[in-house]
Design a protein around this ligand. Structure first.
Ligand code: NDP
Length: 295
């Protein structure tokens, strides 16, 4: 009897390749499939089995890891394999919205499969390392059953609950911060370059500025939990003036001001609602009332 653990990995972008490689490193029998077959070449050289089609990839193992661009790619990929989904655990590590994750979990259940939703928080080069982490949600017993395999992908797993949307939600909570911060960094470099400086000239300042944020996160989280939004530490009127300085500095430099203008608009909303003397954290409540739905 073969006791070697086995897994199928479908989707071999940078993430899926790293995941399949991590399983190979840990001695798993790994079956792979990718729409563009050549992306499997290096893994096959290392011992992975290239399934001739997606149905045979799914049929090969009970545990199927999906690492695709989004959930639409999952439906497109699994359409020819619908007949063999029954009895499979689909660990969907493709990112998308919580609603899409919930709909896909239902879709899988209707075909006799179970979905575990995952949200991987690290880039490809950290896959398989002990400190890397992934959010999971879905049936707890299925998560526990496959925990050892999931800890091959990232050393830490953070199970958030039965709702298949929760892991996707946690992922998106991280991503709204990540992309907004990265867009801020691109803006900072555009501003620096417009003033004759380079990315290298400001990187130390950028790192130190980003490094100051965790202290603010903890400080405000405690106050928000306590319902404390008074302007004893920071006043929205001060914040409004500051973000307008940012906006005008960017305008004067002739760079695109879409991002600083959007930040100023958020602060303006708080000012218009009469919160000039309150903390900038009052903006949270105002952000819960959308002005216009964005698509
Ligand atoms: P990519 O988008 O580079 O690749 C994903 C895979 O999806 C490819 O194998 C691609 O196939 C496949 N694919 C896309 N559309 C279709 C389709 N319509 N039909 C069949 N296959 C399709 O993603 P990554 O590998 O970078 O990431 C995978 C997931 O992980 C994404 O959801 C991403 O958001 C998330 N993630 C990525 C991180 C990163 O740093 N890269 C970090 C954390 C999460 P083909 O090769 O044929 O194009």
């Amino acid at each position: 009897m073969n006791n070697t653990p086995s897994v199928t990995v479908i989707g071999l972008g940078p993430m899926g390749q790293a995941m399949a490689g991590a399983f190979l490193d840990r001695g798993y029998d790994v079956t792979v499939w990718n729409r563009t077959p050549s992306r499997a070449d290096a893994l096959v050289e290392r011992g992975a089995v290239r399934a001739p089609d997606v149905a045979q990839a799914v049929a090969a193992n009970e545990l199927v890891i999906l690492s695709l661009t989004d959930y639409d790619a999952m439906y497109a990929t699994l359409a020819p394999a619908e007949q063999v989904l029954s009895g499979r655990t689909l660990v969907n590590l493709s990112s998308d919205t919580p609603e899409k994750a919930r709909a896909a979990a239902l879709w899988a259940r209707e075909r006799g499969a179970v979905q575990l939703t995952g949200g991987v928080t690290v880039p490809p080069y950290e896959i398989g390392t002990p400190d890397s982490a992934t959010f999971y949600s879905g049936p707890r017993e299925v998560f526990e059953l496959h925990r050892n395999a999931l800890e091959v992908i990232t050393g830490r797993t953070d199970y958030r609950g039965e709702d298949p949307g929760l892991a996707a939600l946690m992922y998106q909570i991280g991503m709204v911060m990540f992309w907004t911060a990265m867009a801020g960094y691109w803006q900072a470099i555009a501003l620096a370059e417009a003033n004759g400086m380079s990315a290298a000239d400001i990187v130390q300042h950028a790192v130190e500025t980003a490094g100051s944020l965790p202290g603010f996160f903890s400080f405000y989280a405690d106050r928000i939990e306590a319902g404390q939004h008074s302007g004893d530490v920071d006043r929205l009127a001060m914040g409004m003036a500051s973000v307008e300085h940012v906006l005008h500095t960017n305008t004067d430099a002739g760079v695109d001001v879409t991002l600083p203008a959007a930040v100023a608009a958020v602060f303006r909303k708080g000012m218009d609602a009469g919160h000039a003397a309150d903390s900038t954290s009052t903006l949270i409540r105002l952000l819960q009332t959308p002005v216009a739905a964005a698509r």
